[in-house]
Design a protein. Structure first.
Length: 231
């Protein structure tokens, strides 16, 4: 009974509260021009952001009209709650292995991309270690041939939870910066050590993008408007 009540609350109320919460944020995006071209031309992509910033990450990358964006969520109870929120935001949900690099999860994501979907992914989720990219993210982009885009996200005022990822809940109306990488195509010929080296490079790049977003927030005392302009 308790479980059904929680799911009913999530499906009817919580997803709307979370959406309003994120819409109140004053978000500035930088380096996103080439990603926006992919998105508005409805070309498939894989976009990756750290697990601790997934609330804003999923909000920013909600599907456009006539566009499919999928998200892989674990089969845990927390995954069930989470899927009921972001599904209401327009994402196509599929449940898979708790290990993003596992064969089951990889097949689910590959099938989704081949069917015309883009993918939002947290490369250090669902169990961590924090900010340690799993190989599945890079392999997915390589296997499907779509662009991989990394997004570092930072919020000026937030509540940091005591979870393994130090999950961040931004305070309503606070400033947020999202820094985008250039879209990358993973070469098909890479394997073994060369693919591992690329993964580590992508991991470091995502860390740097997150630090860049944090630095941008520290360097200005002015607020952004709803279009990301300083006011």
């Amino acid at each position: 009974m308790k479980e059904r009540m929680i799911l009913f609350f999530i499906r009817t109320v919580l997803w709307k509260v979370a959406l309003w919460w994120c819409k109140s944020l004053r978000i500035k995006r930088t380096g996103n021009e080439r990603f926006d071209v992919l998105r508005f031309e409805k070309k498939n992509y894989v976009v990756a952001f750290w697990h601790h910033s997934m609330m804003i990450g999923w909000f920013l990358h909600r599907p456009l009209p006539n566009q499919t964006v999928s998200a892989l969520v674990s089969q845990s109870k927390d995954g069930e709650y989470l899927s009921n929120v972001i599904e209401r935001w327009g994402f196509t949900m599929f449940r898979g292995s708790s290990h993003i690099g596992g064969k089951e999860a990889m097949q689910l994501m590959t099938d989704a991309v081949n069917a015309g979907s883009s993918i939002c992914i947290t490369p250090d989720g669902p169990r961590g270690p924090r900010h340690e990219m799993k190989m599945g993210t890079v392999r997915l982009a390589q296997k499907t041939g779509v662009h991989l885009v990394l997004v570092g996200i930072a919020a000026k005022k937030k509540k940091q939870l005591r979870s393994w990822d130090k999950f961040e809940v931004p305070i309503p109306f606070t400033n947020v910066v999202a820094c985008y990488s250039e879209p990358l195509v993973v070469p098909q010929e890479l394997n073994g050590e060369s693919l591992e080296a690329l993964k580590l490079n992508m991991q470091q790049r995502l860390i740097e993008l997150t630090l860049q977003a944090e630095k941008m927030l520290r360097s200005t005392s002015r607020v952004f408007d709803q279009n990301g302009r300083q006011v």
